[in-house]
Design a protein around this ligand. Structure first.
Ligand code: ADE
Length: 245
């Protein structure tokens, strides 16, 4: 999958993504990361490489101009004509795991990052397929949001995670949260690992993890629990499980 990021701060994006799991994915050629510096697309005779200007209508602060963003976008479009284009901003629809899965199926994703007070709306109206927010708060720029999207999409791509199926049982993949997990030692600060996980009986362990995952969801994300369709039999098992905790 090819990720293109249009930004005024390419180092912020490459600095984050070129290490650890995403960095390995780049090195193995499983993903490609192209950062495009919007400042490189100002007018050749503009020795100050001005990318922003004051707002019409008297708003405070500076707004990124249309033309450098448009030209940066065209440079990407020439290489990836079918790229899907996302603008990251606080007004977008909220990113969640199903959106991550959908985006990870694209062959090429182009993410446009705003800075200062944002970008002139006209260029966004012309080139953006979708606006995405990573949460109901405002960041100083879109770069962190771009990294969040690229990181979460990359791990859905075959070969990126060390264990092929690692993501199939984790939180948010089926509308539930993952069950609590434990490693050695078996006893730590008087806290024991649940006995069933030491039993070696895989059927029992699977059932325990399923109920434990439902309980985790009920405790920590009741909004998600409310959306689950749970059979009467499973609900009775969950209630019995909760009585043992
Ligand atoms: N840029 C500024 N705030 C943002 C947010 N919440 N999500 C995505 N991009 C942003």
């Amino acid at each position: 999958m090819i990720f293109n990021v249009l930004t005024l701060f390419p180092d912020q994006v490459s600095g984050f993504l070129n290490v650890s799991i995403t960095g390995n994915a780049v090195n193995k050629g499983l993903i490609e990361l192209n950062t495009v510096n919007i400042r490189d697309f100002t007018e050749p005779d503009d020795k100050y490489h001005k990318v922003d200007d004051t707002m019409f209508g008297g708003g405070t602060g500076m707004l990124m101009k249309c033309e450098p963003v448009y030209k940066a976008y065209q440079s990407v479009k020439d290489k990836c004509p079918d790229t899907y284009t996302v603008f990251v901003g606080p007004k977008g629809s909220r990113l969640n795991q199903s959106k991550v899965i959908e985006l990870s199926k694209k062959t090429s994703l182009t993410i446009i990052c705003g800075h200062y007070e944002g970008i002139d709306s006209r260029v966004l109206d012309e080139i953006v397929d979708e606006e995405i927010s990573i949460g109901d708060y405002v960041l100083t720029g879109g770069e962190l949001a771009a990294c969040v999207i690229i990181d979460s999409c990359s791990r859905m791509i075959d070969g990126v995670l060390p264990n092929e199926n690692a993501f199939t049982i984790e939180s948010h993949m089926n509308g539930t949260l993952e069950a609590p997990q434990y490693t050695k030692p078996q006893k730590w600060h008087d806290r024991e690992v649940p006995q069933v996980l030491l039993s070696g009986n895989q059927a029992l362990i699977d059932e325990y993890n399923e109920l434990s995952s439902l309980y985790e969801t009920l405790k920590k994300r009741p909004d998600m629990f409310d959306k689950l369709e749970i059979s009467r039999e499973k609900m009775e098992k969950l209630l019995a499980f909760m009585r043992t905790i």
